[in-house]
Ligand binder design. Structure first.
Ligand SMILES: [Zn+2]
Length: 75
């Protein structure tokens, strides 16, 4: 199953891994975020979506950390 990368802030699709890299992703993200299940979503068809952050939002986050913290709480 392909693994999609989607920005958790602006919903932009960042990219797709054309193979089932679920285990690899879990290992990679485990060190970064801890709560992997908050970031990796599986739908009923078995598709995996990884919610990460795109370059655009990462830049904005650095410039306006308060805005993104607020938006996260509201969602
Ligand atoms: Zn984004």
């Amino acid at each position: 199953m392909p693994v999609k990368y989607r920005c958790r802030h602006c919903e932009t699709e960042i990219g797709t891994l054309p193979f089932d890299a679920d285990d690899t992703i879990r290992k990679l993200h485990l060190f970064e975020v801890g709560e992997v299940d908050d970031y990796i979503e599986k739908n009923e068809r078995g598709d995996t979506t990884v919610h990460c952050i795109c370059e655009h939002c990462e830049d904005s986050l650095r410039q306006f950390p308060d805005y993104y913290a607020l938006k996260k709480w509201l969602q």
